[in-house]
Design a protein around this ligand. Structure first.
Ligand code: NZQ
Ligand code: ZN
Length: 384
């Protein structure tokens, strides 16, 4: 096992009717910016629950954070945080709203051009306090220090990471996910699945705790994921998916093990150039990457196939082939197509995507740093 130092400071408040806890989580002297997306929270009752719980607090609102949140919109929120001297940012929504709120929390106290936080990895030394109410289980952003922001004028989707932007608290009420469109619920399952894979499907370092946690999460998502589509009103299913998605990317399973993240980095370029949903890009890239990296990932591919897909062939090549096809079929079963051409994208996109990877210095991806632009090109060509 590799060395590690791990701390996750986010308090999770999980279960039915827990949004009411906001009244004690927000301190009476804190001035709050309530930040949310395109209005789903007004239709499903979440906005009412939040504003009721905040009745004793001073708060102002900022709405309109887009899916794949835009730098331009977030800078408007940043101005408000500075001008109004906000003490706490309360993000209510999915990954986009929470990621956006993290960027705002950092940008508001940043001296200099806030774009440098994303484009140049400029170090953040302070951030406004942040809390969240999660409405879409997928990204794990509710209890991690990551944020992904898009600048539409230059078609760039870039991430930053800082321990200073972990939410102080995250309220996870599975009932708020009943209103998710099936496509978003399915996207969330696929995203969480791939988060586990990025931390699991590398090479063995004798870390059975991390491996078995990861396999438990994958098995849970495989069992519960299709039920979200078949039985959308089942609380237990929603609760298990929600907790699995949080556990998939709260840092725990990635401690002491190598990590990959090439699928995500290539996927971000697809979203930035062609607007596909985040999870759609992952469903396209991962099966092709597994195929291309089958030698490097051989031991873990076999372990994954045997323990998660319960395949038992003597012939190891066949076992790996079936492991990859089971993974692809799972995404397809969730209603997320796995080929670029399924989304109307043709061979001409490959060069453009590889150019963007080079521009963003994504030239040594993967756990061995051996996914060069040429390897990414092969992965994308095989994903057509
Ligand atoms: O904007 P509203 O009206 O709220 O509607 C949203 C949005 O249209 C809707 N929605 C959310 N909760 C709902 C709901 N509709 C009905 N009922 C509810 N309960 O769903 C749509 C998509 O929301 P979005 O937040 O964009 O989805 P998701 O949670 O999948 O987040 C995706 C973003 O997270 C980033 C992605 O790159 C993408 O920008 N990621 C962040 C990560 C992190 N911070 O650790 C890791 C991930 O790998 C990912 O990159
Ligand atoms: Zn993701």
């Amino acid at each position: 096992m590799l060395n590690f130092s791990y701390q996750n400071p986010t308090r999770i408040i999980f279960g039915r009717e827990q949004i009411a806890q906001l009244s004690s989580l927000v301190k009476p002297d804190q001035k709050v910016l309530l930040i949310y997306g395109g209005g789903s929270i007004k239709k499903n009752g979440v906005y009412d629950q939040v504003t009721q719980a905040l009745a004793g607090s001073t708060f102002i609102e900022f709405s309109g954070v887009e899916p794949n949140p835009s730098f331009e919109t977030l800078m408007r929120a940043t101005d408000i945080v500075r001008r109004e001297k906000i003490d706490l940012i309360l993000a209510v929504g999915g990954g986009s709203v929470i990621d956006g709120a993290k960027f705002v929390a950092a940008a508001a106290l940043f001296k200099g051009d806030a774009w440098d936080i994303l484009a140049k990895g400029a170090k953040i030394t302070e951030a406004v306090a942040l809390g969240c109410v999660l409405t879409l289980p997928a990204t794990g952003t509710e209890s991690n220090g990551n944020s992904v922001v898009t600048r539409y004028e230059t078609q760039e989707k870039l991430a930053f990471s800082s321990p200073l932007v972990y939410p102080q608290f995250a309220i996870l009420d599975p009932t708020v996910t009943f209103s998710l469109p099936p496509k978003q619920a399915a996207n969330g399952v696929v995203d969480a699945f791939v988060h586990v894979m990025e931390q699991y499907l590398t090479y063995p370092v004798n870390a059975p705790v991390q491996d078995r946690f990861a396999e438990g999460l994958l098995l849970t998502l495989i069992e519960e994921g299709p039920k979200v589509l078949a039985e959308p009103d089942d609380y237990e299913v929603r609760a298990n998916v929600m907790w699995a998605a949080t556990m998939a990317l709260n840092g725990l399973i990635g401690q002491g093990v190598p990590q990959d993240w090439a699928t995500h980095m290539i996927g971000h370029e697809i979203t930035a150039l062609y607007g596909l949903d985040h999870a759609q890009t992952l469903a396209i890239v991962l099966p092709s990457l597994m195929q291309q990296q089958r030698q490097q990932k051989r031991a873990k591919l076999l372990q994954f196939g045997q323990r998660v897909w319960q395949l038992q062939h003597q012939d190891e090549e066949r076992l790996i082939d079936e492991t990859i096809s089971h993974t692809r079929q799972f995404f397809e079963r969730m209603g997320v197509p796995t080929r670029l051409t399924d989304y109307g994208l043709k061979a001409d996109v490959v060069d453009k995507l590889v150019d963007k990877l080079v521009q963003h210095k994504m030239v040594k991806l993967g756990e061995h740093g051996d996914i060069t632009p040429e390897v990414s090109r092969t992965i994308l060509q095989h994903a057509l």
